[in-house]
Design a protein around this ligand. Structure first.
Ligand code: CMP
Length: 140
């Protein structure tokens, strides 16, 4: 089925100047970018986004990292987009990510891991609407 998923290019990848290279991987895989913006997340916005991790020991560092510089937030659309995006990203920990994945190629650590992608249809729906209103998503 055609799905939509939320993707974030994290501050480490933006700082490395590889936004285009990462977008290119999505496009080459047949995913369409149907919404996108560059934003500096506030602490409150980052905490709300990662609310499910609130009790985890890495929460504070995660929020600190995600607010350390601008991010690119986008909605990717395509056949099985949620899994397709996660396959392109590779494992959360870049040391475990398969060769040729975004994290294997651009990420340094489990914190600075270049990209985020929704992990289920439920989180995709929540995450897309956390960042984008209906009018900001363009049918293509
Ligand atoms: P992300 O997909 O954005 O979702 C939560 C983030 O927390 C994850 O990517 C990692 O960057 C970060 N993180 C840090 N430590 C851990 C951990 N032990 N397990 C999972 N995620 C972690």
């Amino acid at each position: 089925a055609v799905e939509r998923t939320l993707s974030i290019i994290k501050p480490d990848a933006v700082a490395k100047n590889v936004i285009g290279e990462i977008e290119s991987r999505f496009e080459k895989a047949g995913l369409r970018i149907v919404a996108m913006k560059m934003v500096q997340l506030s602490q409150e916005k980052a905490e709300g986004f990662y609310a499910e991790h609130k009790e985890r020991p890495f929460f504070k560092d995660l929020v600190g990292f995600m607010t350390s510089g601008p991010v690119v937030v986008q909605v990717l659309e395509g056949e099985n987009a949620i899994k397709a995006n996660r396959d392109l990203m590779g494992a959360t920990n870049p040391k475990e990510a398969e060769a040729g994945t975004i994290r294997a190629d651009f990420a340094e650590s489990i914190d600075a891991n270049a990209v985020h992608g929704s992990d289920s249809p439920e989180s995709a729906e929540r995450e897309v609407s956390y960042f984008f209103s209906a009018e900001e998503i363009c049918a293509r």
